[in-house]
Design a protein around this ligand. Structure first.
Ligand SMILES: Cc1ncc(COP(=O)(O)O)c(C=O)c1O
Length: 400
């Protein structure tokens, strides 16, 4: 089924009109590292920076992975198909983990390569992208560059992706980007809701492809959640992306993958960059797959620090959405830019703006417990009402 670009925007966008979408600039669709960088430049010289802006694992990978990376230096001269292990070995190892065939897996130079290629493969000037607002910006960023229409569906009052509205908007769309848990709001939908979304989109719009991004899968503690991988293997036009950048602590290694039925994977395979994973990334990912205990420990650690941080902010009057990731989406009641810059001046660097909540909400990644305790002091300072009559100075952070 095809719809015109105008029809897609006018007929299916529920909370946002086409005009509003068109009016939003490119910067709204990019994971804006410029905002992170400009905040980082405000950290005073000599102050140890606490970088909780990019949803990274603050501890990095485990010893097995580090040893694997270090062990690969003598093979830096080899292409990934000639190294030991090779890129095919990594594909096979991921396939074995899920008990599928290698043809069900496509590797990406970070999962962002796969997100980008999904937009290229599955959207057109008449079959647009459906995404949440706010959600991870990669897919709408690419659609915008290609001039393909974007239907942004504002999250619901609990900051969860609005499933009903996304199903309605999916009719005639090329691609639905469903981020579960959703970055930046950190909320998750349970397995039943995701299955329902897939079933109903398949019924109303069978040619629409559904990308379920599970970048934060390993951090989820909500028992209603289950990975959509089995669904992707069963149902045509559905696939899941995963990454080693988050709980695995390997954001600098750039390894992600997509998993789905062979025919769904084919367009992604075609668009893949040759030799897209380095020999270091391959070795690191192979070692990480054999270290499940590291992931369990990281989930436990993150949950503890997440609970502490959420409670601390709550006591400061700043509510956050239920978090199922390694970050919180927090109502600080003021523009994110002001809060971000004030925190950076005291050594704490938090996330970029997330329209349409950039006037009230910030995204705070979960660092180590020590980092979050120090960050809590800074949040307290920044959030404290300034007494205008006395011109009271903000308390110095005791940990400088
Ligand atoms: C939801 C989501 N998907 C994908 C990515 C990109 O991860 P990668 O490092 O694998 O490209 C991120 C990174 O922050 C993310 O938040």
């Amino acid at each position: 089924m095809s719809v015109s670009r105008r029809g897609f925007l006018r007929g299916t966008v529920l909370p946002f009109s086409g005009t509003v979408i068109a009016a939003r600039g490119m910067e709204a669709y990019q994971a804006n590292p410029a905002q992170d960088r400009s905040a980082r430049s405000l950290v005073p010289p000599g102050v140890t920076e606490i970088r909780i802006s990019s949803n990274e694992n603050p501890l990095g990978p485990g010893k097995m992975v580090l040893d694997a990376i270090l062990g690969k230096f003598p093979e830096a001269n080899r292409y990934p198909f000639n190294s030991t292990p090779s890129d095919n070995a990594l594909t096979a190892a991921i396939a074995a983990k899920f008990k599928v065939k290698p043809e069900n897996i496509v590797l990406g130079g970070g999962s962002q390569e796969l997100l980008k290629n999904a937009v290229r493969a599955f959207t057109t000037p008449s079959r647009g992208l459906v995404t949440g607002a706010p959600s991870f910006e990669n897919c709408p960023g690419v659609a915008k560059k290609l001039g393909h229409p974007i239907a942004e569906i504002k999250v619901d009052s609990a900051f969860r992706l609005d499933v009903e509205a996304m199903i309605a908007a999916a009719k005639g769309a090329g691609l639905v980007f469903f981020n579960n848990p959703n970055n930046p709001t950190a909320t998750v939908h349970g397995a039943k809701t995701v299955t329902d979304l897939v079933t109903r989109v398949r019924q109303s719009s069978p040619d629409t492809v559904i990308l379920i991004d599970e970048a934060y899968h390993d951090y989820v503690t909500d028992p209603s959640y289950q990975s959509a991988v089995p669904l992707a293997l069963e149902v045509p036009n559905v696939f899941v992306t995963r990454t080693f950048s988050k709980a695995y602590g390997m954001a600098g290694m750039r390894v992600g993958y997509a998993i789905g039925r062979k025919e769904t994977m084919k367009p992604l395979e075609k668009l893949k960059m040759p030799y897209n994973i380095s020999v270091f990334g391959i070795a690191a990912a192979m070692a990480a797959l054999n270290d499940a205990r590291h992931i369990d420990a990281e989930r436990e650690r993150n949950t503890k620090v997440r609970t502490f941080t959420r409670k601390t902010l709550d006591e400061l009057g700043c509510k956050s959405a239920d978090s199922q990731g390694n970050f919180l989406f927090v109502d600080v009641g003021r523009p994110a830019k002001d809060f971000r810059e004030a925190c950076a001046k005291q050594g704490v660097v938090i996330g970029r703006d997330f329209p349409p909540f950039e006037k009230t909400h910030v995204r705070i990644s979960i660092g180590t417990m020590e980092e979050m305790q120090k960050a809590a002091t800074v949040f307290r300072n920044v959030l404290r009402p300034i007494s205008t009559s006395t011109g009271a100075r903000l308390e110095e952070a005791s940990w400088r």
